[in-house]
Write a protein of this length. Structure first.
Length: 296
């Protein structure tokens, strides 16, 4: 990578905005783009308030915070990514939509640029096959939230070169993360193990074994997980969980990965978790109660 590396991030939702923040705080020049302009407005305010919190907790100096905000720019279109050294895609977990994006990025990005995907489960090899540079395509799976979680799972596609793997591993380490490496099979390491557990928690709820609260408390206090599986599903996004289960089911061909009907129904109903204010749990604030009128 060049002296002053430019990282492009496509997708300004919960993962893309977190990746952009992390890279900007780590001293990279960052360009963030989302096809929905409103998302970028929200990303700007969530990144600046998150950086302010780091300053108020003493985890970042005021000068470093000012630098981080200067490092971050918002792109008007994908054309702005022509000088990026590494482009990290963090858009919706859909193979078709991601393939369209990789096709487009391949035309715009400079010849030396690396195209990375933050996909949770989709084949990096198939995404790479839509480009003219499969040796420069790699999976870079950040955990949620990217500024806090210590891990990055790197996924090597069938044609990812050793040089690109080494560059991306060193980039992840410069972002302060520990790296694990997975072969390119559905769900990789983390979601191959985590998502069936979350799906099983939905089956446990669906079949009436226990309440959502008892399922989550059972896994928190019984197995020392910081969050219960249903609470975690709401945090990840139920749409993301369902997409990953579909990839596992289709890619591994075993009925044990069949998405729980309750998870499917919640997604159909738009109950996508925290980001929508409702998932397994409700996060909507109670409407303010009317004060009883003294005249009644
Ligand atoms: N949510 C998690 O916990 C988590 C963890 C690790 C990885 N991931 C992966 O990260 C990716 C993003 O997940 P998220 O939770 O941030 O989703 P999100 O719904 O919060 O954000 C996705 C964003 O992508 C944008 N987008 C969709 N199509 C686009 C396109 N063609 N061009 C530009 N922008 C586009 C949307 O407007 C949206 O803002 C997915 O691949 C997901 O599997 C998610």
């Amino acid at each position: 990578m060049a002296e002053r590396e430019v990282i492009g991030v496509v997708g300004g939702g919960q993962m893309g905005s977190g990746i952009a923040q992390l890279a900007a705080v780590s001293g990279f020049s960052v360009l963030l783009y989302d096809s929905n302009a409103d998302v970028l407005v929200r990303a700007n305010s969530s990144i600046s308030s998150s950086i302010c919190r780091l300053v108020s907790k003493g985890q970042l100096s005021q000068a470093a915070s000012d630098d981080a905000m200067k490092n971050l720019k918002f792109a008007q279109s994908l054309e702005d990514f022509r000088d990026a050294d590494v482009i990290i895609e963090a858009i919706v977990e859909s193979e078709d939509v991601k393939k369209m994006l990789f096709l487009e990025l391949d035309k715009i990005a400079k010849v030396s640029a690396i195209l990375a995907s933050n996909t949770s489960s989709i084949s990096v090899t198939r995404l790479a096959s839509t480009t003219s540079r499969p040796s420069q395509v790699i999976g870079m799976h950040f955990m949620n939230p990217p500024p806090i979680m210590k891990l990055i799972e790197i996924i090597r596609g069938a044609d990812t070169s050793d040089e690109v793997y080494t560059t991306v591993k060193s980039l992840a380490e410069r972002l302060g993360k520990t790296v694990i490496c997975s072969q390119d099979y559905p769900g990789f390491i983390v979601n191959r193990i985590l998502m069936p557990m979350i799906n099983e928690a939905f089956y446990t709820l669906y079949t009436g074994v226990a309440t959502k609260e008892d399922i989550d408390t059972g896994m928190k206090l019984g197995t020392n997980h910081p969050m219960g599986p249903l609470e975690l599903a709401d945090f990840i996004g139920l749409d993301v969980c369902l997409s990953i289960m579909k990839v596992l089911h289709e890619g591994l061909g075993d009925s044990k990965y069949s998405p729980c009907p309750l998870l499917v129904q919640y997604v159909d109903a738009g109950r996508l978790g925290r980001k929508k204010g409702i998932g397994v749990y409700s996060y909507q604030k109670e409407p303010a109660k009317l004060k009883p009128s003294s005249s009644l």
